[in-house]
Design a protein around this ligand. Structure first.
Ligand code: GLA
Length: 382
């Protein structure tokens, strides 16, 4: 059973059983990158890998936070003292969720919490949202708050944006909580209305390879915030509430009205990417995931050239996949490092993995980790 190890570790560390254990997955974003803070469309699916959070009540109202991946004395803090900047590193994510719940006026006091997970951090697979969502669901159950997934997604996002300080959009937390097995989640980030779109690569004779390039970027948060500001500045110049309001037919005129080449390229990415998401969703609804390749590759080019959030390892993985016969490939997640997805005709998968390993070895890079992935379930009790 999924929660056995974390229960055992919880007993060893804190004595006694956890009252509630939840698993929340990481995600792969199939397409719709850097659109979620522009009120646009995204299309992620959940990975089988994620994070487990085991929680129990703590006498004395103290917050005791531990992680199997960061052994040592638990981080202790009084819930009254929580404020942005007070807790840093891995513990900021669970502490941030408690902070967000309390700020919303919810009666959350002390608790013992243990995290355990195999999801690599910094791989563009949304390990931070997995932590926040597992903690949110476990604490919701422990305190009988009855919040529901949509509210927990919003609180988890505010923990990340306001407590941790990463000004993310709503995609990752929604993916971790709302995704269902065998589907991608088409999320309209303006209305938060979502649709479960069937996604079965194998049934269409294809497979999706996930390549974690092992590269992370330490300036990600700063670069991410800069892109966000560019989009906000462009929306103001264009007199719209968000770039979502610009449809493809209006793009040429919008580009003419913008004063800088940098803003023009950011807007071009966001408008064309929203359109690509809509077209990918149409093909998936028609049961044709093998037909989305060109749209994946076009997304990568747009992110590389116009949005400038790719990186050398990501470009190497995409180029290698395409050379090895991929139907399409793109970086996934925030960028600058992290992971790539490549769509392969089923029988071409192994050759693609071999060529990927060879290409990284040739330039002296550590071997990337490669696995074929399919849509798994969102957060669940473990
Ligand atoms: C990160 C953020 C998301 C989203 C992506 C880019 O994963 O957390 O909200 O903006 O980057 O698509």
């Amino acid at each position: 059973m999924r929660g056995r190890r974390v229960r055992g570790l919880f007993r060893d560390l804190f004595g006694g059983e956890p009252a509630s254990v939840w698993h929340a997955p990481g995600r792969v974003n199939l397409i719709g990158e850097h659109t979620d803070y522009n009120d646009g469309f995204v299309l992620p699916f959940a990975l089988p890998l994620g994070v487990l959070a085991a929680v129990g009540p703590a006498p004395g109202g103290v917050l005791r936070l531990a992680s199997a991946q960061h052994p040592g004395t638990p981080v202790e803090v009084s819930p009254d003292e929580l404020r942005p900047g007070r807790v840093t590193g891995w513990a900021a994510y669970p502490a941030g969720v408690v902070w967000a719940l309390r700020r919303a006026g919810l009666p959350v006091e002390g608790l013992k919490l243990l995290l355990d997970g195999k999801l690599p951090a910094g791989a563009g697979l949304s390990s931070s949202a997995a932590v926040e969502c597992a903690v949110g669901m476990a604490v919701d159950e422990l305190y009988g708050l009855g919040l529901g997934r949509a509210r927990i997604a919003a609180l988890a996002r505010s923990a990340e944006a306001e407590f941790v300080g990463m000004p993310c959009g709503p995609m990752d937390q929604h993916a971790s909580l709302m995704c269902t097995r065998g589907h991608a989640l088409l999320l309209d980030t303006r209305s938060l209305v979502h649709e479960q779109v069937p996604l079965d690569f194998a049934a269409d004779g294809s497979a999706l390879l996930l390549v974690d390039t092992g590269s992370t970027h330490r300036l990600v948060t700063g670069e991410y915030a800069t892109r966000r500001r560019d989009c906000e500045a462009a929306a103001i110049e264009l007199g719209v509430p968000s770039l979502r309001e610009i449809c493809p037919a209006e793009l040429p005129d919008a580009l003419r009205r913008l004063g800088s080449e940098r803003l023009r390229s950011r807007v071009r990415h966001v408008v064309t990417e929203n359109e690509r998401v809509v077209r990918v969703a149409e093909r998936l609804r028609a049961g044709r995931p093998s037909a989305i390749g060109e749209l994946l590759t076009a997304s990568h080019e747009s992110l590389r050239v116009d949005y400038q959030v790719s990186g050398p390892q990501l470009d190497l993985a995409v180029a290698t996949a395409l050379r090895a016969g991929a139907l399409g490939a793109r970086m996934t997640g925030g960028g600058f490092g992290g992971s790539v997805i490549a769509l392969a005709a089923g029988q071409a998968l192994q050759r693609m993995v071999d060529e990927m390993l060879a290409a990284f070895a040739r330039v002296g890079l550590p071997a990337p980790s490669c696995a074929s992935v399919a849509p798994a379930a969102g957060a669940s009790r473990a």
